[in-house]
Design a protein around this ligand. Structure first.
Ligand SMILES: [Zn+2]
Length: 134
């Protein structure tokens, strides 16, 4: 799947999910961007795809993929960025074990902030657990 199609697919799934699960007004969304998706493409496709929908004009916070990863083989913790990976594959510099990092590619939904009747701009903790990869 190319970059543009991947973002379109992600936005379509997000819209379907929000239409079903969210009644309030959507304030912002936060996503994790894998190394195969550029922020520029993400923002322009997101804006085009959400025109006329509940997500039109909603702020999108984009976080780059990077983070601590614990090697399953030797237990050493590494801070990994996209540059450390071959595709999705991370090879432990300590023991040589290779493992796939799912978050390194595609888009993953981290959080949706929306209003709920009677509350001002709450953070719905349920959403923080939603990993919406492609
Ligand atoms: Zn290791």
């Amino acid at each position: 799947m190319d970059e543009t199609a991947a973002v379109q697919h992600f936005v379509d799934r997000l819209l379907a999910k929000l239409a079903k699960e969210v009644r309030g007004r959507i304030m912002s969304i936060r996503v994790c961007r894998g190394k195969d998706i550029s922020e520029g493409v993400l923002r322009s496709v997101f804006a085009a795809r959400t025109a006329g929908t509940a997500l039109e004009g909603v702020g999108i916070v984009v976080e780059d993929f990077a983070g601590s990863h614990l090697c399953k083989a030797c237990g050493v913790s590494h801070y990994i960025t996209g540059d450390d990976l071959f595709g999705k594959l991370f090879i432990c510099t300590q023991c040589g074990w290779s493992q796939e990092i799912e978050e390194a590619e595609g888009l993953h939904l981290l959080e949706v902030v929306h209003s709920v009747m009677g509350h001002e701009n709450p953070r719905d903790s349920e959403w923080t657990a939603v990993g919406d990869g492609i």
